[in-house]
Ligand binder design. Structure first.
Ligand code: FAD
Length: 295
């Protein structure tokens, strides 16, 4: 979250002065970044966000509430979205800005190494230079950050699926039932084969989206395709892998598969749920963005 959507908006859209202030310390790991878009009434429909930023002299005054914000309790600053007169706008808000506080810290099923919390803004005052780019362009910036974030998240899903498959392969070779290794039961060997096929296919789709982003192309459909495919197929693979572990798979901390299973589940929900990715893909298709060939 820090190196992905926490940084990418600053790299792409911030002024030189903002980049100089934030990026070296972020790259060094001294300042942790966070991306604050979601609100209680604006999750999948992020464009419905209600947080307001009003210009008052040489400051903006921000009021609203963000929810489910990764890194919030540890963040040095937030790449934060709020509504101004001209539409959705983006600000870099330092965590020590007057009027900013951290609310509830959520107890999550997985990802227990990172913290997810509410960010409350009550007459939070930031200098006018905290605005990123142009007022009213914030939602375009958010979409670009998310397109890149989706591709890196899809890559993480491929990594999780690969590891789960390797763990299942090793366990399947060692554990014996009915006089033979698990992996020699044909139904389980087919399951392992399907894990391999799904993981390889997802990997290629992710590379393709990453390559397009590297060329400076928007890759809207491609990043949603990568995220949808990698998250859904990794979930199937990790769940199948846990099944191969039988009871051992469900015992916490005994085998790593249980943690991968808990950590991966949210990939189908955040950074645009699987349903939202399909909405994006269908929208792009209707606009004529249809894959015909790789040429
Ligand atoms: C662990 C974690 C970390 C997070 N980190 C961040 C972060 O750092 N920054 C940030 O801004 N946000 C973050 N989020 C928020 C996350 O992006 C949202 O939870 C996600 O976008 C879904 O929004 P929602 O929870 O409000 O679900 P809702 O929008 O209420 O949706 C509920 C369900 O309905 C489905 N749905 C909604 N609309 C439709 C539709 N039109 N058609 C079909 N299905 C639909 C959704 O796919 C979902 O399955 C995080 C969430 C979690 C759980």
């Amino acid at each position: 979250m820090h190196t992905g959507i926490g940084c990418v908006g600053i790299v792409r859209f911030a002024s030189e002065k903002q980049k100089q202030r934030y990026l070296p310390k972020m790259a060094a790991g001294e300042w942790i970044g966070s991306f604050a878009l979601t609100e209680p009434e604006a999750g999948s429909d992020a464009g419905a966000l209600a947080t307001k930023a009003e210009r008052k002299g040489d400051q903006y005054v921000i009021n609203g509430r963000k929810i489910f914000i990764t890194n919030a309790p540890k963040a040095h600053h937030f790449f934060l979205f709020a509504r101004t007169d001209k539409g959705i706008s983006t600000f870099i808000v330092d965590a020590d800005a007057p009027g900013l506080s951290i609310g509830q810290v959520f107890d999550t099923t997985g990802h227990r190494g990172s913290s997810v919390a509410e960010v409350i803004l009550e007459d939070c005052r930031v200098p006018a230079e905290a605005l990123v780019g142009e007022e009213g362009k914030g939602f375009d910036y958010a979409k670009r950050c998310l397109a890149e974030g989706r591709t890196t998240l899809a890559a993480r899903c491929v990594g999780a699926a690969q590891k789960a498959m390797e763990l299942a392969l090793a366990y399947g070779a060692e554990r014996r039932t009915f006089g033979q290794p698990l992996a020699d039961h044909q139904v389980l060997s087919f399951r392992l084969a399907q894990m391999s096929v799904r993981t390889e296919a997802s990997r290629l789709v992710v590379y393709r989206s990453a390559w397009m982003l590297d060329q400076g192309l928007p890759a809207i459909r491609e990043s949603s395709t990568a995220k949808f495919m990698a998250a859904e197929s990794a979930w199937q693979t990790v769940d199948d892998a846990l099944q191969i572990f039988g009871g051992n798979g469900y015992i916490r901390a005994e085998y790593m598969i249980e943690r991968i299973w808990r950590d991966l589940r949210v990939a189908r929900v955040y950074d645009g749920s699987s349903e939202v990715q399909q909405i994006v893909i269908a929208h792009q298709l209707r606009k004529g963005d249809v894959e015909t060939s790789w040429a």
